[in-house]
Each structure stands twice: as structure tokens, then as C-alpha cells.
Design a protein. Structure first.
Length: 218
């Protein structure tokens, strides 16, 4: 298969498996999505979705959020992990949204990345999922699968993002990054991975990855 044929196989397979791609993090607007994505770092979407209702009951907008202390936010979000850093980020970015952006989440990548505790991936998720602007957020699943599928060298997340944007049509990015995440969780996890269940890696995968799997299984 040529590289173009492999890319098309990935697109077709994912579209067949995941024609619908609901956003995994519960939210009602760009602000609550931004907070949920920030909280999801080194945690699970399921865990975040159990905690955000508790936080948003007290504050679901920047004006109410800054009325809480950092310690109050930290106490609520403690179960998602990294709560000292995340609580400071939530309080700090809420303050900046009020002071610089009239309480609104900016629809500009650079402005999002300037907010406390908001990195490139979080900003990309917000651009993609809140504003439907083409972006390709790369999480651990996408980074792992792009390497397994021999579509990126796995050396860095930024390189994986560049390769994904180069290989896949721009109009598919927003849906495709979610489809890859769903596929990674269901068919190609980091642990307990079974090649026989992973049709994409089995078909287009990196030879060394497949050989290593077969050696371990032998």
C-alpha cells in the first residue's frame, strides 16, 4: 500500500466504526469546555465528568469562578489529580478572561495559549470542539497510534501533529482526532493491546511494531 492508500484506509475504517463523534467531556459552552479540558490533564474524561458538575454548580463562568478562592477550587477538583496546579490555572485564567477578553473565551490560538495552565493541546481542543475551527489536538492515544500506523516517527507530540495535519485533509481534522481517540481506547490501547483486534495496525502498521508484538506473543 502506498502512504496515500494507508491514509485513506485509516479514514474509511474510522468513519465506518465511528460515524458519530460526541465530545467526551461534558460542557455547555466554550468556558466550561476549557475548564474541563484543563482538568483532564493526566486524568480520565470519565473522572473529570464526575467532578465538573460539582465545580460548575458553584461557578460555571469566569465571574463566579474568581469569587472562589484557589483553595476552594482545589478542594472540589482534588479527585482529578494535579489539583494545586489546576486550581491556580482555573482561577488565574478566569481572572484574565474578565480583564482582557470581557469574560469570553478568545477564538484565537495565541490568546488561548497565553492563559495560565493552557498548553497547545488544550488550546487546540477548544478551537476544534468549542469553535469548530480546524485543529488536530494530539493526546497520548493519537501519538501512539500515528507511530503504530507508521504515519509519524513518534519522536515528539509536535512532530506527530505536523504529520497528522500534512497527511489528513483539513476538513476532517476535527472529527478525525476524536475518531482516533475512540479507536485507540477500544482497539489499540497502550496496555493489554491485541494486534488481532486492531484492524488498522494489522493492515497498515509499522513492521517493527508488529514484529515486536509477535515475538512477545511467541
Amino acid at each position: 500500500m502506498t502512504k496515500a492508500e494507508k491514509v485513506q484506509f485509516v479514514i474509511d475504517t474510522l468513519e465506518e466504526l465511528y460515524p458519530e463523534t460526541p465530545i467526551p467531556l461534558d460542557h455547555k459552552d466554550p468556558y466550561t469546555l476549557l475548564i474541563a479540558v484543563l482538568m483532564s490533564a493526566q486524568s480520565t474524561d470519565a473522572r473529570v465528568n464526575t467532578i465538573t458538575p460539582l465545580l460548575f454548580e458553584k461557578a460555571d463562568n469566569p465571574y463566579d469562578m474568581v469569587k472562589l478562592t484557589v483553595d476552594e477550587i482545589r478542594e472540589i477538583i482534588k479527585p482529578v489529580g494535579l489539583s494545586p496546579m489546576k486550581s491556580k490555572g482555573i482561577h488565574g485564567l478566569s481572572k484574565i478572561l474578565i480583564e482582557k477578553h470581557n469574560g469570553e473565551v478568545p477564538i484565537v490560538m495565541d490568546a488561548l495559549e497565553e492563559l495560565p495552565a493552557v498548553g497547545h493541546k488544550t488550546a487546540s481542543v477548544v478551537m476544534s470542539q468549542a469553535f469548530d475551527i480546524p485543529a488536530f489536538p494530539v493526546d497520548t492515544h493519537i501519538h501512539r497510534l500515528m507511530y503504530r500506523w507508521n504515519l509519524s516517527n513518534g519522536k515528539s507530540v509536535s512532530q506527530t501533529e505536523k504529520d497528522a495535519k500534512r497527511l489528513f485533509p483539513k476538513e476532517l481534522w476535527n472529527k478525525l482526532h476524536l475518531q482516533i481517540i475512540y479507536y485507540g481506547r477500544e482497539y489499540s490501547p497502550a496496555r493489554g493491546w491485541k494486534l488481532e483486534n486492531d484492524i488498522i495496525t494489522k493492515t497498515v502498521g509499522r513492521k517493527s511494531v508488529i514484529d515486536d508484538y509477535n515475538k512477545k506473543k511467541a
